[in-house]
Ligand binder design. Sequence first.
Ligand code: CP3
Length: 361
Amino acid sequence: MTNVTKSGAATGRRALVGAPLLVAAAGGRPARVPVWFMRQAGRSLPEYRRLRAGSSMLSACLNPELVCEITAQPVRRHGVDAAILFSDIVLPLHAAGVDLDIVPGTGPVVAAPVRSMADVSALPVLDGAAVGPVAEAIGLLLRELGDLPLIGFAGAPFTLASYLIEGGPSRHHERTKALMHSDPRTWHALLDRLAEITLTFLRVQLDAGVDAVQLFDSWAGALSERDYRELVLPHSAKVLSGLDGAGVPRIHFGVGTGELLGAMREAGADVVGVDWRVPLDEAARRLAAAVPGGPAPVVQGNLDPAVLLADFDVIEREVRRIVAEGRAAGGHIFNLGHGVLPDTDPEVITRVVELIHTLEP
Ligand code: CP3
């Protein structure tokens, strides 16, 4: 079915009344605790490894049939409450023409790191048509998923900037921090450009019909709250406010962000992702304090992905604790505190979903 948005553009968005994920995201009480997992698609699944054999990550992300199938695999297997588009945060940079690769076992590697104003000026702009295969994949998925919500996503300007400046994954983000402090003009110019690319990528996904979006600022937790507020928050806020009126929940996630939770909510999130370092009742308290008199905060998280490798009685205790603590928030979407680790037994994930679905929201 095709709906017509306020702007008059035809989209494939469906009206998913009552989907537990969307009810929880709006601060309502769903019929059951919704659950999905970051990286639910991927190397933990043998059917993924079979399908991916012989194709590069970036070419797989631009193959609509493959994206549709890989996205649907964990839904069929685990019975989760949402699908997340199979893609990558660096895909829009690649599609725009930035020379980069995703190296297995390492992550994104950038051929020519961005470290000067001239480098920033030379960055390409993303034409939405360049990620047309992503929109096509979403079209296939809307038919495949029926009334199950599909989550779209993009990388936040800071996390993308870290890959571009460091040239690849980084433990300390030292060049990124050096640039942001010593050359704030170049820094803000870079984040402004990245916010535009991210917004274009998210709008393509929204126009194609995704039901929610997640902004991944995975490495923001490396920053102090002061630096985050001054050097990062305005750019993430530009992305999130650019989606005002889209009518879908915006999830804002990072790792190690206990000290940043309030600021991440202020950036314009409807749902804030919480890793495993802060319990959800405490996270809800910090989020509520950030917006006095605002609606009760909605949280997503916060099982430690490593706990899935422990004995099941340990997992069950942790799941029950997290669901109980999540009741302190205005809404709770169960998830891990970060992505599924590749060595996770997928049968354990399925059991965790079954357990969560027996618990009172
Ligand atoms: O959650 C999902 O199921 C959707 C898929 C997804 C992928 N990347 C697929 C992927 C999502 C949401 C991402 C986002 C992403 N990519 C982030 C933010 C989320 C996070 O983990 O914090 C980041 C930082 C990246 C960058 C990136 N891409 C890394 C660090 C890696 C892993 C490198 C490795 O091999 O260990 C990738 C590659 C990648 N993205 C894989 C998958 C399934 C592995 C590719 C493979 O199968 O070889």
